[in-house]
Design a binder for this molecule. Sequence first.
Ligand code: C2O
Ligand code: CU
Length: 466
Amino acid sequence: MRRRLFLQLSGMSICSGLIAGVNADTTSTKSFSITTKKGEVNLVGPDFPATKVWGFNGQVPGTPIRVSLGETINAEIHNALEVPTAVHWHGIRLPNAMDGVAGLTQPPINPGNSFLYQFTPPDSGTYWYHSHVNAYEQIGRGLYGPLIIDEADPPVVDRDLIWMIDDWRLLDNASISDDFGSGHDRSHAGRIGNVPTVNGRFRDIVKVRTGERIRLRLINASNARNFSLSFGDLNASVIAIDGQAIKPYTTNKPITIGAAGRVDLILDMTGEPGSIAPVVDSFYRESFHLTKFVYDKVPLRESSLTDSIALAPSTIPEPEISNAKNYDITIAGGAMGGLRRAQLDGEWMGLREIAQQGYVWAINDVVGNKLDMPPLIDTKVGNSVRLTIRNETAFPHPMHLHGHHMKLLSIDGNALSEQNWVDSPLVMPNQTVELAFVADNPGNWLFHCHALEHHAAGLGALVRIT
Ligand code: C2O
Ligand code: CU
């Protein structure tokens, strides 16, 4: 049934779904007043009814929050839903009390109540904000939006586009399937949907012009779906990962973006005027077209721009690898995994007993089911920390650390020549990755899989920095 909906819709194309960049003014604080509420969004086009969603200001994606580096964000969140919520600012190195994890860093925002988030992002780049209460349901219903911190001196482009990518599980009447947190999704790949959207539109088109230079900010807001996107004959230049500048590289290979990840690209639109070029995903066995570029008949310019595309380097403090304490972190469990027993609430139990309570994953044999459990890592402010994460499961896990960025040092023992900052590295089955960071941000921070059903099923832990 799900497959059918997906395929039925193949011929559709509608107007373009671009989100225009709003440039910040020069005041030092920008205020946003945002209400979490129900809304209706036509995800799959005019042949289907609108989908009932939960959104920031009732929209999907939610109202863009965009400021210049150095500006303070004042975001008043008013909760007009019938359930508690809280807002996490994914990837921002902010004070712990603003991190939005209900039950850990703040009480939930109850229906009818408000909470004022106030912070000054220390890094420019592409981020997002989302609910952090029952996230697999609240994000799954649409509670997310883009969060962009503009560089003082961005590369020259013709357009700056945001593609917030999501993956919905819809029924044939385009309503959201309400089987959130199902046993199968918890123990397998997470909630994989059947309607992938860009900016809340299924199989939309993006109008472009030959010769145009586009900065494309990809944000993966899916509950669990990872993407590997190909841009046809175009070369894509990757300039940032998870918000942070990298040394640009140009590729025609698919660009992988795990759940919660961000990738900033520079695309020079070199297709023929009047041509159409699909953007294709190939992460899973079946590939599909996510959206497509439709070229105007009139080119913008003869040949592409040649200005530099590099962003100013990130200013995140460098970990001292030689002095870093190493933590070996083994992820185990799930379907087709080898986990036999683990500790739940401090007690060893067999997997079957654990699964009866809805949990199937463990980190270092501990099920991460509580926000007040003993920390996986307990360290002092300023210490360098090294993580060696081994994925002993049959599924990929995008592992997100709150409040910090980590330097990706190696994959499967091979040191990377470019060691980039990440906040949500996708760790593939049987892979081992090494990361390091300076624990410079005091507080209790979540470290969890961003396949949201995995987190709900125990794939999470705490990092305590005092
Ligand atoms: Cu994107 Cu714990 O969050
Ligand atoms: Cu996971």
